[in-house]
Design a protein around this ligand. Structure first.
Ligand code: GLY
Length: 364
């Protein structure tokens, strides 16, 4: 399956192409791709955090200046703790003071925090303006940058306020992953591997086979990896853009994982939350996956420095924390399970006992 490079992955809704995911090795094609959105007379506001701004803001500003009327930027301090309404308010103020109107364009330059936040500003400023995603982390290139989920956190409640607002373009420059800190790369791999578990066994096997080249950040292999995950994400988003049903399968591992992340005050990376490994153990108890499949998953996690256990928590507090999860529906936990490696489904029958035994397998 993953043998040939593609440079463009169109995303469709209701039979129409809504936007393209463009895969490149540089920012060289950015001006052409953004200009194709008809930006000549528009203003563009780039939203970036302080880390990414230091690395790429000048380069991207220069490029975009050539394809629109004016470029400004709104830079906020890096960190999940700034993915909140205060930062959104700062962005609104920047847009108002710089006279942005409904025809102008926002650009999210950064990882998941920036993409979600900028997308939310775009969804709500003047009741909605267009935006472009330029994801700069592995996680945002394969997951959060695609599919139009936008939002911010309210205190320790992640993504509690948000909107579905599709980007007009996702421009992926794979080469920026070379400056990505190792732990961020590892966290991104947590999600990539899950894509294989949820929807594509062949992709999971491909990751196993190519793990050394992926870890070495071999440019060709990384591009194939990202396009493989993008295909999976696109498939789910096209079927169920607003998460009425199938899209929830992308949340494999989230019920326990989010509870763990919350109890750890979001000090751990999302891709490191070990919720999927616990969920795999529920699948094994139910006879849906085999121990050697869990072992293979665990080995791959270890290869990419993804933790496979967690300390300092107890079962009761994790289970109590799952009750506040967005995945609750009419008081019942929507749990994602695998009926085989490469296929996930929504289950509403997972018991407290099953969760307790699953947690015991990941506690140390
Ligand atoms: N990250 C899960 C989703 O986009 O639905």
């Amino acid at each position: 399956m993953i043998t040939e490079h593609v440079n463009r992955i169109p995303v469709h809704l209701d039979g129409k192409t809504i936007y393209d995911i463009v895969l490149e090795d540089s920012f060289d094609a950015l001006a052409k791709e953004v200009s194709a959105l008809g930006t000549e007379k528009k203003k563009i506001c780039i939203i970036a955090d302080s880390n990414v701004a230091d690395l790429y803001l000048d380069e991207v500003t220069k490029i975009l200046s050539g394809c629109c009327r004016e470029v400004t930027s709104y830079v906020f301090p890096a960190g999940e703790e700034n993915k909140n309404l205060k930062t959104v308010q700062g962005a609104y103020e920047h847009l108002i003071l710089n006279h942005y109107d409904r025809k102008d364009l926002l650009v999210a330059l950064g990882g998941g925090v920036t993409g979600d936040l900028c997308g939310f500003v775009a969804a709500t400023y003047l009741r909605g303006v267009d935006f472009v995603q330029i994801p700069t982390t592995l996680l945002s290139q394969v997951d959060s940058g695609i599919g139009g989920k936008t939002g911010v956190d309210i205190d320790s409640y992640k993504n509690m306020v948000g909107a579905f607002h599709m980007p007009k373009l996702v421009y992926t420059n794979v080469s920026v992953l070379r400056t990505l800190p190792d732990d961020q790369f590892s966290g991104g791999m947590g999600e990539v591997i899950k894509h294989g578990l949820i929807l594509d066994k062949e992709y999971f096997d491909w990751i196993q086979t190519n793990r050394a080249k992926i870890l070495a950040k071999d440019a060709d292999t990384l591009k194939l990896l990202i396009q493989g995950s993008d295909f999976i994400k696109r498939e789910v988003v096209e079927i169920d853009p607003t998460e009425q049903n199938e899209r929830a399968t992308l949340n494999f591992g989230h019920t326990l994982g989010h509870a763990i992340e919350k109890l750890k005050n979001f000090t751990m990376l999302h891709g490191h939350s070990v919720g999927a490994l616990a969920a795999m153990n529920i699948c094994k108890e139910r006879g849906l996956v085999k121990q050697d499949e869990i072992d293979a998953y665990k080995a791959l996690m270890e290869y990419f420095f993804i933790p496979t256990s967690i300390s300092g928590l107890n079962t009761e507090e994790v289970i109590a924390a799952t009750k506040n999860d967005k995945k609750m529906e009419a008081g019942v936990i929507k749990f994602i399970l695998l009926d085989r490696v490469g296929h996930a489904y929504i289950d509403r029958t997972v018991t407290k006992d099953e969760m307790e035994r699953a947690l015991a397998t990941i506690f140390r």
